[in-house]
Design a binder for this molecule. Structure first.
Ligand SMILES: [Zn+2]
Length: 268
């Protein structure tokens, strides 16, 4: 898609990962690998081959198990540093093998003779999530902040809906022409994409609020059937996380409250 950026998709397709996790290689003589994916040796071998002995560093957008476990074995093989950030909360979806050599911070710049990478902290899907802007290409590697073909899961407590929406708006401050997502194909027209996602989330939140007004007090599982009646039941276990994230956001705004029996109640 661009002369600087190469995409290799890991063979880990599934409900969470779509066609698989995308690994990106930036540059030709001084290569940065972004998101080596899960630890799958055949995939790491492909990355090494595509890197042509020029891989200098590995960056991970976040530390979910489909993005970062390949980083450690790849770094050990190539003797290059891993750059990334730690998540605030331990959850089963986190990669426990993650050991960065360098912590990534918001606004960090990585400069090579070929390109410049700007790190943009985008919490929401995960507290330690970063998007990476390749400035010369105006191309944003979005990790799981924006996916192509599926809705991003927001799993509390490390996932946070308010942070997610703020992080979507944050991208408006950057000159971006192309999105390179962690799952699925490249996306043109970033502004259209982020606006659509933002409105989609707020529409869902409105539906949560309407259901709560109708049900008054409910277990989250019953609320789920009402709010996600348009979504394939196979995806309901995933939707449950995002629903909880919506409820926590509504609780922050004093629209609902969580009771001691774990039911949710509308505040009227
Ligand atoms: Zn992912």
């Amino acid at each position: 898609m661009t002369s600087l950026i190469k995409k290799i998709t890991a063979p880990n397709g599934g409900v969470f990962t779509g066609g698989g996790t995308n690994t990106y290689l930036i540059g030709k003589e001084d290569v940065t690998v972004v998101d080596p994916g899960p630890y799958i040796q055949s995939h790491l071998d492909e990355i090494i081959k595509a890197g042509n002995n020029n891989i200098k560093r590995i960056i991970v957008t976040h530390t979910h198990k489909d993005h970062s476990p390949g980083a450690k074995p790849l770094a050990e093989t190539l003797k290059v540093p891993v750059i990334g950030s730690f998540a605030k909360f331990d959850m089963s979806i986190q990669d426990e093998t993650f050991e960065p050599d360098q912590i990534l911070y918001d606004k960090d710049i990585i400069t090579t003779s070929e390109y410049t990478i700007e790190a943009i902290h985008t919490p929401g899907h995960a507290s330690n999530h970063f998007c990476l802007l390749i400035q010369e290409e105006k191309c944003l590697l979005t990790g799981d902040h924006i996916m192509n073909g599926s809705t991003v899961v927001i799993a509390p407590p490390d996932g946070n809906m308010t942070e997610y929406l703020d992080s979507l708006k944050k991208l408006d401050n950057f000159d971006i022409k192309l999105l390179a997502p962690g799952h699925g194909d490249y996306l043109n027209d970033p502004k259209l994409v982020t606006n659509w996602i933002f409105n989609h989330r707020l529409t869902r939140e409105e539906k949560v609020l309407q259901s709560m007004q109708k049900l008054k007090e409910t277990a989250i599982e019953d609320l789920l059937l009402d709010v996600y009646d348009d979504v394939d039941p196979h995806l309901h276990p995933i939707a449950l996380w995002s629903l909880e994230a919506h409820l926590i956001r509504l609780e922050e705004s004093n629209f609902v409250t969580k009771l001691e029996n774990d039911h949710w109640r509308i505040i009227s």
